[in-house]
Design a binder for this molecule. Structure first.
Ligand SMILES: Nc1ncnc2c1ncn2[C@@H]1O[C@H](COP(=O)(O)OP(=O)(O)OP(=O)(O)O)[C@@H](O)[C@H]1O
Ligand SMILES: [Mg+2]
Length: 249
C-alpha cells in the first residue's frame, strides 16, 4: 500500500561518478510531504542526491519512486514529471539576455503553453509576492544577488510545481541579502509548498523543517525532527558537523 504522505521513496541508491568517486552509497529514504532539509559536510552528496530527484543525475543502481511511480522506468513520462518539480540553484540560473518578466514567462510559455498575456498576468502576481514588481523590466545584471534569487524562486513557482528543490539558495549571497530570500522561502513553507532544501542556514532548518536528513560521505547517518537533530544528535559525526557550522570554530 502506498502511503499518500510520501513524496519520494528511495531504495538502495548508489552513485559512483566516472572518475570512481562514490558520491552516494546505499541511500534508503522516504521523503514526506512538507519541508525536508538535507545537511552535511561539503562533498557528502547533498547536491547529487537532490539532482537525482529531478534526474539531472541518474543513479548507477537503485530505485526512486515519486508518488508511487518509478521515475527511472523507461515508460515514465519525464516531460510531465519535470513540470511538477521546480528547482532553485545556488547561482540563480537566470537568462542574462532576458528581462525579469521574460525569465518568468518563459517556462510558462514553453512548458505549459500559456499565452504571453496569461503568463504575464501570473508573472506579475508572483513578482508582487516576492516584492519585486518594480523590477519587472530590468535585466538580471541590474539586480542584487538576493533579488536574482527571489526572481528565480518566482520563476520556479510560475509553473505551479508540486515540489521545489533548493540547492543552497542563499550560499552565494552577501549576508545582508540572505534574510530577504529566507523570508520568501518562509512564505512558501506557510503556503504549504513541498520543499526539499540543501542549506547551511541552521536556524531556518530548525524553525521550518519537518524532517532533517544528515549526509556524510555519501551515506545518511541520521535523520529526524529539528528537535532530535539539534537537541539530541546521536551520531558523533552529526555532532561534529553541527559544532562546526553553528559555532564557526
Ligand atoms: N560530476 C561529477 N564528477 C565527479 N565527481 C563528482 C561530480 N559531482 C560531484 N562529485 C563528487 O561527488 C561527491 C559528492 O558531491 P556533492 O556535490 O553531491 O556534495 P555536496 O554535499 O553537495 O557538497 P557541497 O556542500 O560542497 O555542495 C564529492 O566527492 C564530489 O567531488
Ligand atoms: Mg552541493
Amino acid at each position: 500500500m502506498m502511503d499518500a504522505n510520501i513524496l519520494f521513496e528511495i531504495k538502495n541508491l548508489y552513485k559512483t561518478f566516472g572518475d570512481g568517486t562514490r558520491a552516494l552509497v546505499d541511500i534508503n529514504l522516504n521523503i514526506k510531504k512538507g519541508v525536508t532539509v538535507f545537511i552535511g559536510p561539503s562533498g557528502s552528496g547533498k547536491s547529487t542526491l537532490l539532482r537525482m530527484l529531478n534526474l539531472m543525475e541518474r543513479p548507477n543502481i537503485g530505485e526512486i519512486k515519486y508518488l508511487g511511480h518509478s521515475i527511472l522506468d523507461k515508460k515514465f513520462d519525464l516531460t510531465d514529471y519535470r513540470r511538477k518539480i521546480g528547482m532553485v540553484f545556488q547561482n540563480f540560473h537566470l537568462f542574462p539576455h532576458l528581462s525579469v518578466l521574460e525569465n518568468i514567462n518563459l517556462p510558462q510559455i514553453k512548458v505549459l503553453n500559456r499565452s504571453e498575456e496569461e503568463a504575464t498576468k501570473i508573472s506579475k502576481n508572483l513578482l508582487e509576492k516576492v516584492g519585486l514588481l518594480d523590477k519587472i523590466n530590468q535585466y538580471p545584471n541590474q539586480l542584487s544577488g538576493g533579488q536574482k534569487q527571489r526572481i528565480a524562486i518566482a520563476r520556479s513557482l510560475s509553473i505551479s510545481p508540486d515540489v521545489i528543490l533548493f540547492d543552497e539558495p542563499t550560499s552565494a549571497l552577501d549576508p545582508e541579502m540572505i534574510g530577504e530570500v529566507l523570508k520568501v522561502m518562509k512564505d512558501l513553507v506557510n503556503s504549504g509548498m513541498n520543499m526539499i532544501i540543501v542549506t547551511h542556514e541552521m536556524s531556518f532548518a530548525k524553525a521550518f523543517a519537518d524532517e532533517i536528513i544528515v549526509l556524510d560521505r555519501g551515506k545518511i547517518i541520521e535523520y529526524g525532527t529539528p528537535e532530535e537533530i539539534f537537541e539530541n544528535p546521536k551520531n558523533e559525526r552529526t555532532k561534529d558537523f553541527l559544532n562546526r557550522v553553528i559555532n564557526h570554530f
